[in-house]
Design a protein around this ligand. Sequence first.
Ligand code: ATP
Ligand code: MN
Length: 428
Amino acid sequence: MPRTYIGALRGFDDGTDVVIYGWLQEARIMKNVSFLILRDNTGIIQATFKNDEATLETIKRINRESIVKVQGVINKKSVSKSGIEIKGTSVSVVNEAEAPLPLPVIDPVQADLETRLNSRFIDLRKRNVSAIFRIESSLLWGIREYLHGQNFIEVHTPKIVAAATEGGADLFPVRYFEKDAYLNQSPQLYKEVLMSAGFDRVFEVGPAFRAEEHNTTRHLNEFTSIDIEMSFADHNDAMSMLENAIKSGVENAIRTKNDDFEALGISISVPETPFPRITYEKCIELLSSEGIDFKFGDDFSPDHLRMIGSRFKGFYFITEWPASVRPFYTMPKQDDPKLTNSFDLQYREIEVTSGAQRVHDPKMLVERFREKKLDVKSFQFYIDAFKYGMPPHAGWGLGLERHTMILLGLNNIRETTLFPRDRTRIVP
Ligand code: ATP
Ligand code: MN
């Protein structure tokens, strides 16, 4: 008989014969009957067995979290909470679990995050933990769907590279045969080269590596970046693409992941678009109206951003950042070149996206390299792509884990990362 998912049992008639496979979450042995609580990816069900000698012997020997096979009959007149159970006819062990478990699955007091991450394979068996990743997947799917609908193609650019994207020291070196190489911080340079190649609109979902020393609740050393680049477009076009992509992701999650939101005990709503926009200079005015002295050209601290963010309900853009805090490839503002056609998408004090219109004029690009004291030679492949027909273009990079974290109201980016890489952790 074929396997039935636990979540599908409800769709069958009372009295139907079924076979289910799952993890044995719990066994309760009473005087005349035993109850097995079985779990798979789709749900939890109780199977009831009469305590005949052979069955009782088997059940007594099964450790928690073993993989078991249960054959039985659907009982929809069950007095159990869910109103449905299996009247078991046979049970067998497919693969035994050792005891004791490194971490309980049924965990009245949640273990601390470090302990949970050490035994992540068990931690992820908890309904309210796996829910995060089902939702994350659906957010990404909605974003992908939207971008495909806007004629973007999904691309894959190299993660082993010869030159730093942003300059800077946040690079992991790797040995590449007889050469030195790095893990890429961002697909920025390659997605721009693809604009010169004529693809018009590309997006990439892939790992980005940052050798940042600090250990915070919103930084990882490896994260998933959702990047887009679009031709014949400016920062405003990129911002509306971002709003709509995010909206599509949230709509998809709400439409398809009801049970997961329930398991997490939260509900979210589709953000209203367009998101409010506030310029960098307006932010400074806002801070000074709160008595905070802030120098033009600096980056905002989390405290500053908390104050600015308190003016907005959810997402908001900070636009027109000074050139001093933006990368070399950022397009200066036409009538005021100390500012740029750039934006960050913020959610309260947390940045979720950076984006901009990019420089497309090769002479201006080389100038910007010089200003930022970067070595032109190591970027030759990139600069060449600008010399033979580069369209104006714009784009952004959205951190998937950070995005999921803020939408679900979680307080640590490690919660939205299956196997986080941070300053001290590379295992598991
Ligand atoms: P921050 O100032 O928060 O360190 P950043 O400005 O250095 O971020 P960008 O290079 O602009 O980051 O990257 C674009 C997006 O990628 C960020 O808005 C964020 O969502 C995500 N991101 C960047 N760095 C990290 C990181 N270390 N861990 C997780 N996500 C990150
Ligand atoms: Mn940024």
